[in-house]
Design a protein around this ligand. Structure first.
Ligand code: ADP
Ligand code: MG
Length: 458
């Protein structure tokens, strides 16, 4: 028996090693790490996966990989079945931690359930799954969001969605809310921006009212906090959020977070929060490719009861940067322009509308556009740029960012300095002057700036 068992476990390890060779480490960790392999007497192979979502996802996207790994592992093709593992362990409990600021809410009666609780942000009625256009860049994020909405607290907890601005994070978070509220209207949902969490926390401290603050946050079934990267540099709020997180997590409540960067790149985020944010599923939404941009444009026009021809949609998709908010802006501009000149939405009108737009550039360049081009080019991380580090490999790209931000955005010196790790305005002036001098002197440097500018303009 013992040797049989050993054989099974080496088979299992061998199989996983083959899978590991066929996918990226991230794919492996997300989908395959917890797979168990079972061999029937008939020689068929059954793979046990932790939940339905993983099963569906794998059977949609990784069947070929699995078949290949089976072939390599057994030296021949085997019939393959996927099943949910009945023994899959529930998510681990977190160690309870003492409350730092004030005694916990012992003895307070549980409040009456409310139909739904929202932060001070109302839900946008168009931010639903139906209106979310899916492409390669966001398919994984959308599927995971649906899984979370279908079984809150049980698919992925926490669900951490990150990506740069205007790519649909808020839309997906709110779509989760809509879906849950439609299916189970009695769910207690709290959707709020990280900013309101911070503000309410500060107000609670000022009013000496922490216990009702905590009560409010800790009695929800689902909490969605948008733009959690704003916790950067907010030490006490991080502390408080950590306890909110633990309480809700241990009660099996669903936690959904969005951020402009993955957990480890949020500046000054406490290590224990980083590790908690990574515990469930971390997914990135990437900029949409051309085909997705075309369908988003058509979809946005349809929401405004207009149809875009293929020709017009493709023209816009080619000329507008990849940010979806800007795609939407282009549709609005085209429709507005067409009605102004009382013309149909033709290619010619689209050209005119876009030309018109380039004078009063409504697709404004953001600091995110700049940072994303510079970090890609120099292969540095946003967190490095925002850190205190001053070695040349970090300081130089940071100075380039400041220079480009001065050139292309309306941000003040203070705002730019603040963004890059709370530096003051003299640092920004120094950086801008320095890069200007380098560019004047060195044609290669000037080329780099031109290249980056081109990238930033999209
Ligand atoms: P983020 O929160 O990532 O900055 P938002 O969710 O606010 O971005 O999205 C910006 C705009 O783009 C919103 O109007 C949203 O409805 C729209 N949008 C984003 N992604 C999609 C998508 N895949 N399909 C349709 N609209 C989208
Ligand atoms: Mg958002």
């Amino acid at each position: 028996m013992q040797s049989g068992e050993r054989e099974v476990s080496t088979r299992q390890e061998g199989f996983l090693l083959h899978v590991r060779e066929l996918v990226t480490p991230q794919q492996f960790n997300t989908w395959f790490r917890n797979i168990e392999l079972e061999e029937a007497d008939s020689g068929n192979v059954r793979l046990l996966v932790p939940n339905h979502f993983v099963r569906d996802w794998i059977s949609n996207y990784y069947v070929d990989i699995l078949a290949q790994a089976v072939r390599r592992c057994f030296g021949e093709d085997r019939e393959l079945a996927l099943a949910v593992n009945p023994d899959a362990p529930p998510p681990p409990q977190l160690e309870p931690e003492p409350m730092p600021i004030q005694a916990p809410l012992n003895g307070t009666p549980a409040p009456k359930r409310e139909v739904s609780v929202f932060g001070d942000t109302a839900l946008h009625e168009n931010y639903t799954f139906e209106n979310f256009v899916v492409g390669t860049s966001n398919r994984f994020a959308q599927a995971a969001a649906i899984a979370v909405a279908d079984s809150p607290g049980r698919s992925y907890n926490p669900f951490f969605l990150h990506g740069s601005v205007g790519l649909g994070k808020t839309h997906l978070l709110q779509a989760i809310c809509h879906q849950i509220l439609t299916r189970r209207p009695d769910t207690n949902i709290l959707y709020l921006s990280c900013e309101s969490f911070i503000n309410q926390f500060i107000a609670a401290i000022e009013n000496n009212d922490l216990s009702s603050f905590r009560q409010r946050y800790r009695n929800v079934d689902v909490i969605l906090v948008d733009d959690i990267h704003l916790l950067a540099n907010k030490e006490r709020t991080q502390e408080e959020f950590f306890h909110t997180f633990n309480t809700l997590y241990n009660l099996g409540r669903q936690i959904v977070l969005s951020s402009d960067a993955p957990p480890k790149d949020i500046p000054t985020l406490q290590e224990r929060l980083v590790s908690r944010f990574k515990m469930g599923l971390v997914v990135e939404v990437a900029p949409p490719d051309f085909e997705t941009r075309v369908s988003i444009l058509k979809n946005k026009a349809r929401l405004r009861e207009q149809e875009l021809s293929d020709e017009v949609a493709q023209f816009l998709a080619e000329h507008v940067a990849t940010n979806i908010r800007e795609l939407e802006g282009a549709v609005v501009r085209l429709i507005g322009y067409a009605s102004l000149v009382e013309q149909p939405l033709s290619l010619e009108v689209a050209r005119e509308a876009m030309q018109d737009g380039s004078q009063t550039r409504s697709t404004a360049i953001t600091i995110h556009d700049i940072v994303s081009a510079v970090t890609r080019y120099y292969n540095v991380k946003l967190s490095d740029l925002q850190s205190k580090r001053r070695n040349q490999s970090i300081a130089y790209p940071r100075q380039i960012c400041m220079f480009l931000a001065r050139e292309h955005t309306n941000l003040s010196l203070e705002e730019i300095g603040g963004y890059f790790g709370g530096r003051d305005h003299t640092t920004v002036i120094y950086a801008t002057d320095k890069i200007q001098k380098v560019v004047d002197r060195d044609p290669n440097a000037a080329d780099v700036i031109r290249h980056l500018t081109h990238e930033i303009r999209g």
